[in-house]
Design a protein around this ligand. Sequence first.
Ligand SMILES: [Zn+2]
Length: 165
Amino acid sequence: MSEAEVVTRVIARLVADADDRQAHILHELACSAGYLWACANTDCSSYNYRGLRYCTGCGWGREGKPVGDIHPSMYTEGRWTRLRRALVKHYAADAPLPDAVVFDYWGGPGWRGAEVTEMYGGTTKEITGGFRDRDRFGDIAAALDSLTRWSKPSYGGHIRVVLAP
Ligand SMILES: [Zn+2]
């Protein structure tokens, strides 16, 4: 079991039998011990494990603000635009449009093998299998391969494409 799972389980167990005031204190203690961070979005106020980059409640960043694009700077604007267009086209058929789509690279066939998470205003949703499949995700897969050809992702590499206007 990873530290994240242990911490999450222990806190969930402690909070399960606590009243609101006790739960608040438990969360505050876990935050000051560095296990959790509190989302700064006042409409959300979720607590998140320290390893998480985005809030699981609202999908925003730690500062409680909507997040912007993150892309490795060596990628040209053209390749980036191509990826964004492919994603917008994909979701136009699929609706609703996520606020952002993030890619986390832990191995696999370049950026196409990255883990994919859709971020909506209130929730995040992991896409099983990501956009690996060239037959199903032609344009997106091609745009990701194009990024990979330009520069291979490194372990832990991260991309975020904001789609919301
Ligand atoms: Zn939040």
